[in-house]
Write a protein of this length. Structure first.
Length: 95
């Protein structure tokens, strides 16, 4: 991350990454199909149409026992995503 807008309190914004390990991907797919009702074409993990909110992540854990690795990224930091991991990112800033 090279730059992030500041938050209301003057701190720099950041990104929140959630990474799900390859061994949990079958459970994640099942969750996206059965619980969230994904009906689009292709693989629901790669569809780029679903973002798992904190409530949905809690439901994923409660239903399937899957909890992502969470990483907070700040300006000047890089994030390495291991091969095979599903991931999503959300930017937190005022912009």
């Amino acid at each position: 991350m090279l730059w992030a807008a500041k938050l209301g309190d003057g701190r720099f914004g950041y990104a929140v990454w959630d990474l799900i390990s390859p061994e949990d991907l079958p459970k994640l797919r099942d969750f996206l199909w059965k619980i969230l009702g994904f009906r689009g074409p292709g693989d629901p993990i790669h569809s780029q149409t679903i973002y798992l909110t904190p409530k949905l992540l809690q439901l994923l854990f409660d239903t399937y026992g899957v909890r992502p690795f969470r990483i907070y990224q700040y300006p000047g930091e890089a994030v390495f995503i291991p091969a095979g991991y599903a991931h999503q990112v959300r930017c937190i800033s005022l912009v």
